[in-house]
Design a protein around this ligand. Sequence first.
Ligand code: CP
Ligand code: NVA
Length: 324
Amino acid sequence: SNIRVIRHLISIKDLADDELRSLVRRAAYFKRIFKANDQEEFLENHMKLLGRTVGLLFSKRSTRTRISSEGAAAFFGAHPMFLGKDDIQLGVNESLYDSVHVISSMVSCIFARVNNHSDIRELAINSSVPIINSLCDRFHPLQAICDMLTIKENFNCTQNKIKIAWVGDANNVINDMAIAALKLGMDVAVATPESIEMDEEIVAIAKETSARTGATVLFTHCPKEAVKDANVVVTDTFVSMGEEYMYQAKLKQFSGFAVDAELCKHAAPDFKFMHCLPRHKEEVTDEIFYGENSIVFQQAENRLYAAIAAIDVFVNRKGNFAFE
Ligand code: CP
Ligand code: NVA
């Protein structure tokens, strides 16, 4: 029979520590190839999915994820098809179940940006090709792979213990970032406002990962405590896509949570500031966002290499993480 187990990229939590390490290393490898612009290497990669297609099933807006996944498909010679929520029958005339059966019969993989995590699960269960979670309400694995690459580019992680401080919402981005960092042995401190708690499953996985790798994890409601001696300070919007109706209420809950120069005085002197983008004025001052410690645009560019690595590992290599 031709039944095989398909590896999907749904959350960093589904990856073994070494699999995550492989993906990040793979992203760094493709960044070198991309930048070197060696024609032979480009052509070799370009042949891998030449004449095939990649579906981008997006029910929410996107700049980085769309551009990086379309770019990644093009890198391997595949034609990317953007399937926005107003472009196809899904949701209006056709169920998710029927749509994924049809789409996956024709494409090499599906990048899917949805609202509910349960939709990602339903896609993965019913797809005949890999599903790459391109953001749902619980996870954002491509962002976490990119962020780990960006941290590795800025710090000597083998010689130094890196501490990451998140000051912000308990959301999709930190869920995968915290697990990713802990898997790679980095310390993680998360500060969320009083009434906003991290998801219990994420806390449990974080603690279990911390016990295994020796990296420490702290969940607090005090931004200063989280940022103390941190090498990386990171935040994200206070109001995620789909939560727009909560804007006023959330803004109040997040008073005192903006990342500014005063807060960053508690970080390590050579700290770096990160943000997955898009950025809003509320969560970080211009001084920090555009300041000398900020690596946000390097981070954004690295989304391309994370997407290339994801297609390479999950599609070209059919979930085989062992290289050279
Ligand atoms: N960071 C990120 O996912 O950005 P987009 O929403 O623009 O894709
Ligand atoms: N937490 C944000 C991330 C955007 C890339 C959101 O879900 O809208």
